[in-house]
Structure formats: C-alpha cells, structure tokens
Ligand binder design. Structure first.
Ligand code: C5P
Length: 228
C-alpha cells in the first residue's frame, strides 16, 4: 500500500489503563469504586483504529473487550503498575483507570468471621502506588506523551491544573463526576483538556467521541514531537 494509507498512529505503541482496581480485604471481600472502564476502553479502541499497537491494562470490568488491542487483566493497583511497567516502552500512555488510593495493609488470608461478641474489624489502609505519577516521573523510558485523568466533583479545572503539575503529566483530561449526565458508569462525558498551552472545555459528547478526539490530538502532538 502507498504511504498515504498509513494511519496516524501506525508504528506507535500506546498503553491505556482502564477500570477500577479491587483491593482485597480477605479472599472474598474487596474495596473498589464505581468506574465502569467505558472511557478507558474507548480510548484503547480509538488508538487501535488509528493504527497503534495498544496494550490495555484493565482492572475488573463487565464491559466488552475492545477489538484489536492486547489486554492485560489485573485486579489491584500494584498489579496494574507492574503491568504498565512491563508494557513499556510506549509513545503514549493514557491513565484512565480509577485506581484505589488505598489498599488494605495486610489482607486476611482467610475469610474474616463475623462474631456477635467481637467488635467489627478495623481495616488498616496503606497508600497505593500512583501509577500515573510513577510513569510521568520516570527518568529513563518516560513515554513522550503522558495523559492523566482527573475526576472531580467541584472546582474541576482548578483541581486539574494542580494535578497537571503534581503528577508531572503532559495533559490532564478533567471531568465533573458530579454532573447530572452521570459520568461514572454512563455513556456520555463532558471534559476539559489541560495542556501546557491552556484549557479547552469540550461540549458534552459520547465517551466514544471523547476518545476519538483525545487520541487524534495525541497522534498530532506526537507528530510534532517527532518533527522537532
Ligand atoms: O490523584 P487522582 O487519583 O485524582 O489522579 C487521577 C489520575 O491519576 C488518573 O489519571 C488515574 O488513572 C491516575 N492514578 C494512578 N494511580 C493512582 C491514582 C491515580 O495512575 N494510584
């Protein structure tokens, strides 16, 4: 085929994290959150359609697997970080997973029994690794474009601006998860894209369309990096 048939992300490696993580309390119980994985899976699918070699590192989700991507299924944040590191190198890394901030410090090896005489068990939590921050701050092998997400319920852009700096990401895609459109678990999203150039507030659209626009922008940005 001629070079004009080349897709914008042909020859590029993309890593996407998606979904929640499950942090075990004991063999049958866990801590989790309401992430469906829809936005992350759409990003992986969109990158694949643009010709990228995609590794989707997914927490436990109940949605369909996108076509044309390599899927690595994980359950905890620690497993997710290990899978992301293993998937490097990459040209673009997009962290759309809703990683649990804390895990149970020492999960019980057997099911915690309910007893009528004992007080309810107390869970001691430990901080999980920040996957986005870890990869964005790599001194060797940092992907040239690192994109994080910020789910906020108030002062969305202000919080996301802080996050752009503190995480070391190139872009932050911020969304208001308190919005009446029901972002978490829903089909639609309204996001703000924060880059070093400023903030763009996009209108509400489907998560599929958000994914297409982000990945198309990422491809264009990568092309400018390679040109310079
Ligand atoms: O700090 P906060 O959780 O709001 O940051 C959200 C961004 O950081 C998302 O891109 C999420 O995927 C990423 N993150 C991560 N590892 C964590 C926590 C958040 O990769 N432990």
């Amino acid at each position: 085929s001629s070079t004009s048939d080349a897709k914008p992300l042909s020859g590029c490696r993309v890593i996407v994290t998606s979904g929640p993580t499950h942090e075990p309390i004991d063999p049958v119980r866990y801590i989790a959150n309401r992430s469906s994985g829809k936005q992350g899976h759409e990003l992986a699918a969109a990158a694949a359609r643009l010709g990228a070699d995609v590794t989707l590192v997914s927490g436990p989700v109940s949605i369909a697997e996108p076509a044309g991507v390599r899927i690595v299924r994980v359950s905890t944040a620690e497993e997710m970080l290990a899978a992301v590191k293993h998937a490097l190198p990459a040209d673009i890394a997009i962290f759309a997973a809703a990683v649990a901030d804390w895990r149970v410090a020492t999960p019980n090896t057997s099911k915690i029994k309910k007893s009528t005489s004992d007080a309810p068990p107390a869970l001691t939590l430990a901080e999980n690794p920040d996957i986005l921050k870890t990869i964005a701050q790599l001194r060797k092998g940092r992907p040239p474009l690192v994109v994080g997400f910020a789910a906020e319920t108030n002062d969305v852009v202000a919080h996301a601006k802080k996050k752009l700096k503190s995480k070391g990401a190139d872009w932050i895609v911020a969304n208001d998860v308190s919005s009446p459109i029901g972002v978490m678990g829903g089909e639609r999203n309204a996001v703000h894209l924060l880059t070093s150039a400023g903030v763009e507030s996009w209108p509400e659209m489907s998560k599929t369309e958000v994914a297409i626009r982000i990945v198309t922008r990422a491809a264009a940005h990568l092309a400018t990096l390679k040109r310079d």
